[in-house]
Design a protein around this ligand. Structure first.
Ligand SMILES: Nc1ncnc2c1ncn2[C@@H]1O[C@H](COP(=O)(O)OP(=O)(O)OP(=O)(O)O)[C@@H](O)[C@H]1O
Ligand SMILES: [Mg+2]
Length: 221
């Protein structure tokens, strides 16, 4: 049953890219509490397809999908979503229409500070490290006022230090006092599960039950 607090609810959702081959098969899935949630599952199990459905890029062919939050999709490789030459100009693309120039600048500077890139408005994007580019992608989602971050293996290309820093940053954003975000994070790296408020496994076109990270880690090892 839906409640006012349901962030996201999928009911019997099916989707095929190729006729007769269901990637999602009568999938039921919900997030009823804001927080940091992780999804694991083998290659081709439909995780990225699920994210495309939640973000509205594709529509369920059967079943229903309800999302009360504003989603933003983020990928493994930030180069696929950073478009303009400097941090500030790129973030302007994400900003809502109609802001005054000074509010726009304030929003962008605030988002940069939230992700640890304070003062980098004019910094050329090609001079950023991979971890800094992922931070900039997160800042873009903040500037757009999204509150459901769909993170599709965001640390896959990062070294262990940057991986940890992005995990901690997303965890902080889900716990901040003002406008905490909800994050749904896909990973193949089981050591990341401990940063989450819960995890679930995607398999055979369906998502399993939410587990604590300890339960899930025990089940998968
Ligand atoms: N745009 C597309 N067109 C056709 N088929 C697609 C498309 N995107 C995904 N698929 C197919 O859907 C199935 C699920 O793919 P998906 O990318 O959702 O899996 P995944 O769980 O994200 O895998 P991985 O862990 O490798 O990223 C695969 O068989 C894939 O080939
Ligand atoms: Mg994928």
């Amino acid at each position: 049953m839906l409640t006012d607090v349901d962030v996201l609810n999928l009911k019997n959702v099916s989707f095929s890219w190729t006729p007769g081959k269901r990637v999602l098969d009568q999938c039921n899935f919900s997030i009823s509490h804001p927080g940091f949630w992780m999804l694991v599952g083998s290659n081709g199990s439909g995780k990225s397809t699920l994210f495309r459905l939640i973000s509205g890029v594709i529509k369920p062919q059967e079943g229903s999908l309800f999302c009360s939050y504003k989603p933003a999709l983020m990928f493994q490789n930030p180069d696929h979503q950073l478009l303009l030459p400097s941090c500030g100009s790129d973030l302007m693309l994400s900003a809502p229409q109609g802001l005054s120039a000074s509010d726009l600048r304030k929003n962008i500077d605030y988002a940069l500070s939230q992700v640890g890139l304070a003062g980098m408005f004019t910094r050329p994007i090609h001079t950023l490290s991979g971890g800094q580019k992922q931070r900039l992608a997160l800042a873009g989602a903040l500037v757009s006022n999204s509150n459901l971050f769909l993170l599709d293996e965001p640390t896959a290309l990062l070294d262990p230090n940057s991986q940890k820093a992005i995990l901690e940053l997303v965890q902080d954003l889900t716990r901040r006092r003002n406008n905490p975000i909800t994050a749904l994070w896909i990973t193949h790296r089981l050591e990341e599960l401990r940063y989450s408020d819960g995890g679930a496994v995607m398999k055979s076109g369906q998502v399993g039950k939410w587990n604590s990270w300890q339960e899930l880690t025990n089940k998968l090892n």
